[in-house]
Ligand binder design. Structure first.
Ligand code: ZN
Length: 90
């Protein structure tokens, strides 16, 4: 009985660890895809959302640009994320 429960506990441990890692990944990119500026303490990232998808921009000016063409910037953001993951995997 104890033996059969072990994989479940392990799976739960992996799942909860995954959740923590994802929370730490709140800011997955180092730069703003709108104007290419690096996020920093001076460029506190602003989260923007469009149709349930969200990303970060570095300033209010970028938020305005995002609001005008959210699809374009979400695509740039998602492509940058993918590129970063490919880099990390190598
Ligand atoms: Zn900006």
């Amino acid at each position: 009985m104890i033996r059969s429960r072990f994989p479940l506990i392990l799976a739960l441990a992996v799942l909860s660890f995954g959740a923590i890692a994802r929370a730490g990944d709140a800011l997955p990119l180092e730069t703003c895809v709108v104007n290419g500026d690096k996020f920093s303490e001076h460029h506190a990232p602003i989260m923007v959302t469009y149709k349930g998808r969200s990303m970060f921009v570095c300033c209010k000016g970028c938020k305005h640009k995002f609001d005008k063409d959210p699809e374009k910037y979400l695509k740039l953001w998602e492509e940058a994320l993918k590129a970063q993951k490919v880099k990390a995997a190598k």
